[in-house]
Ligand binder design. Structure first.
Ligand code: KG4
Ligand code: ZN
Length: 370
């Protein structure tokens, strides 16, 4: 069993996970959200996030232990997000992980946040299901979070090739910024999605024509993304149509048009990667993958056009930031680590630091599992 900790952004999270036939079982998973704290600022304030993590980390870990109802000697290792993320926020989780590793004399496994999002797929469904959650490689992952938008080809466990990434804003960042322009509360992603859904459900005659926004780099023939031009297009549209702002369903129409532009771009690039690499599995991970319309279209794309590719997506609660996904990735590392590497990991509490810009796969040398 592994105790895992995640504090890279605005959720304080701890979990207990264990390996089971076919995947990872979550014994307990606790997430304390700071959304209400940051909402008045329209975004996450790093120093406030760190202070709140410091306040909540011990109670969150205690709750995870209590809910798991296990004694501490069942814990074989501690896992913690080492990056990427907000440095002051990361440091609180790392400090907690280091302290526990030292006191319990257990290996400390640093985990990359995006690797955690990818391994959220290995978590077994809460209801009994005949499906295994083991990976079939090569696996193509569309990573869409607040800080990342990239297509990653995973050839085997922990072997990542970044096919392309955003040149500027991440998809989630664009959702949050456009929501702010529309006067919608933070975090903007779910709010834009909700407004877009209202627009889709309107009867045809009540729908004013929605604006057409650009789909940046959609035809670039590679796997690069760009969302800042789209964001600017929305900004200009809002400036030009200031008089219409109060008209019926104006915000819904703009939310819909913006979401369509993002989804079509993500779909087009993913389709190109599916054609090019014919992966065994496609997955969509990161906070934006909580978007219902994105989940629906990605599933439909795979089923109708790439029937030989298996579509995997984490349960909603494991798509958003949580610690169970960090523990899941750690379990796969742990079972591949030699005794020497476990010994080294037992001493890592002395040196582990936060890396806000950590590249994917950077911990391979230290975990030495590939
Ligand atoms: O992975 P995540 O929870 O945190 C990071 O690692 O960044 O992703 C957060 C991002 C935010 O930008 C948020 O607006 C977006 O995910 N998001 C959504 C939805 N739910 C969360 N974007 C679009 N539609 C959603 N339903
Ligand atoms: Zn995340």
């Amino acid at each position: 069993m592994i105790l895992s900790i995640e504090t890279s952004c605005d959720e304080t999270a701890a979990a207990l996970v264990e390996r089971e036939e076919g995947g990872v079982r979550v014994v307990s998973s606790v997430v304390s959200s700071q959304i209400a704290l940051h909402a008045p600022f329209g975004g996450v304030v790093p120093a406030l996030a760190a202070r709140e993590h410091a306040k909540n980390i011990v109670p969150v870990i205690e709750t995870a232990l209590r809910e798991a109802n296990i004694s501490a000697n069942h814990i074989e290792a501690i896992a913690v997000t080492g990056g990427p993320g907000l440095s002051p926020a990361l440091r609180i989780g790392i400090m907690a992980g280091k302290t526990l590793s030292y006191l319990m004399e257990k290996p400390l496994l640093p985990i990359h946040h995006i690797e955690g999002h990818i391994y959220a797929n290995t978590i077994l469904p809460s209801q009994a299901s005949p499906h295994s959650s083991e990976f079939h490689f090569p696996l193509l992952a569309l990573v869409v979070s607040g800080g990342h938008t990239e297509l990653v080809l995973v050839r085997t466990h922990f072997a990542y090739e970044i096919l392309g990434a955003t040149e500027d804003d991440a998809a989630g960042e664009a959702f949050d910024k456009v929501a702010k322009m529309l006067g919608l509360p933070y975090p903007g992603g779910p709010e834009i999605a909700r407004r877009a859904e209202i627009f889709r459900a309107l009867p045809e005659k009540e729908r004013s024509p929605a604006p057409e926004f650009p789909r940046p780099m959609i035809d670039s023939g590679d796997f690069r993304f760009s969302f800042s031009g789209l964001k600017t297009a929305v900004l200009y549209f809002l400036k030009k149509n200031v008089a219409n702002k109060e008209s019926d369903h104006f915000i819904e129409a703009v939310s819909f048009a913006f979401e369509e532009a993002v989804l079509e771009t993500l779909l087009a690039k993913t389709r190109l990667a599916l054609e090019t690499f014919q992966p065994a599995t496609l997955t969509v991970v990161g906070g934006v993958s909580a978007n219902t319309e994105l989940r629906r279209r990605m599933r439909a794309l795979t089923q109708t056009q790439f029937p030989r590719t298996h579509f995997m997506i984490p349960e909603l609660r494991y798509s958003l930031d949580n610690a169970a996904m960090i523990g899941a990735a750690a379990l796969f590392h742990f079972e591949r680590m030699s005794d020497t590497h476990k010994d080294r990991a037992r001493a890592l509490w002395k040196t582990l630091g936060a890396d806000p810009n950590l590249p994917l796969g950077a911990y391979e040398e230290c975990l030495a599992t590939s």
